[in-house]
Design a protein around this ligand. Structure first.
Ligand SMILES: NC(=O)c1ccc[n+]([C@@H]2O[C@H](COP(=O)([O-])OP(=O)(O)OC[C@H]3O[C@@H](n4cnc5c(N)ncnc54)[C@H](OP(=O)(O)O)[C@@H]3O)[C@@H](O)[C@H]2O)c1
Length: 293
């Protein structure tokens, strides 16, 4: 599609962060955005704001892990607009904690939201796109889809799996005129870290032997905030992925994500781990330098 004008686009996780920024950007470009997430008031407020400023938006409260909600999302969209041009699979969260301390149920839940529900929703949409002979599916992965880190490996595993599913889907759906694109954001300033901390509280409490490392990690995230990208930057890349005539299979955003992925690709693992340690020391040094009067 050359432009998103009048296109019907479902965006999951549209109540905050990257999903909200994407909804706002696409609505400005003339798309009809279908907003899906659990927090009804937020979705409705965003939809009202978009409509008030001349956009077209429909809020459909959805928990993507609930089958009836997924069906309702797709059926309501079809009843209202008669077609779906793009699905942006963005809803997700990050489980943190050492693998030793994360309850297996919490691991399952993270996979349920970030992977299984995403696949199930995509399965509902594919036949409709196939019948139309066109459409795009944009999966929001992460740099974590290609780089796994200590204390984040559960979340990273969900995104690694999403990368694999996306690669498979890309080949399967290309003959039907459907493009599958992966977006790999780096560190983006959203509610993501706050939510990760909340959902990971019990896993972190059960992980006493790791407490000093986890505290260090928290400080590191704080230091990294200054380099974090904006959700609007990701929204711009999603718009490109939707409108470029020949979209790339993957887009990394912002610059630090591209650097990290290039390092990961070309540098052997043991050297890559060394680079990560060096970066950590570098951010510590910069933080100390900035604190000096
Ligand atoms: N921020 C980053 O640094 C970063 C980096 C790389 C990738 N990502 C990925 O980007 C995506 C968006 O994250 P974000 O950074 O924008 O974080 P965010 O502000 O926390 O947004 C997450 C969104 O997902 C929704 N969501 C979570 N569970 C859901 C469920 N069961 N059903 C429906 N919606 C659900 C949330 O809405 P409700 O709570 O209202 O349901 C929210 O709208 C995620 O897939 C994340 O993994 C983020």
């Amino acid at each position: 599609m050359r432009s998103v004008k009048d296109r019907i686009v479902i965006i999951t996780g549209a109540s905050s962060g990257i999903g909200e920024a994407t909804a706002r950007r696409l609505a400005r470009e003339g798309a009809v955005v279908i907003l899906a997430a659990r927090r009804r008031e937020r979705l409705e407020r965003i939809a009202e704001e978009l409509t008030a400023s001349g956009g077209r938006a429909l809020a459909i409260p959805t928990d993507i892990t609930v089958e009836a909600d997924r069906r309702h999302l797709v059926e309501r969209t079809m009843e209202t607009y008669g077609r779906i041009d793009a699905l942006i699979n963005n809803a997700g969260y990050g489980q943190r904690g050492p693998i030793e301390g994360v309850p297996i149920e919490a691991i399952r839940q993270n996979f349920e939201t970030n992977l299984f529900a995403l696949i199930a929703l995509t399965q509902l949409v594919i036949p409709l796109l196939r019948a139309q002979g066109s459409g795009r599916i944009v999966n929001i992965s992460s740099v974590a889809g290609r780089i796994a880190r200590p204390f984040s490996a559960v979340y990273d595993a969900t995104k690694h799996a999403l990368e694999a599913i996306s690669d498979g889907l890309r080949g399967e759906l290309a003959p039907f005129g459907i493009q599958v694109i992966v977006i790999e954001p780096g560190f983006i300033r959203t509610e993501f870290l706050h939510v990760a901390k909340e959902v990971s509280r019990s896993a972190l409490e059960r992980s006493q032997p790791y407490a000093p490392f986890l505290a260090d990690l928290d400080r590191q995230y704080e230091r990294l905030r200054r380099w974090a990208g904006r959700p609007e930057d990701v929204a711009t890349v999603i718009l490109r992925a939707l409108t470029e005539a020949r979209p790339r299979p993957r887009y990394a955003v912002p610059g630090h994500a591209r650097v990290l992925l290039a390092l990961k690709r070309w540098v052997p693992d043991h050297l890559f781990d060394g680079c990560v340690r060096l970066c950590r020391l570098g951010t510590k040094f910069i933080a100390l330098r900035d604190r000096r009067p």
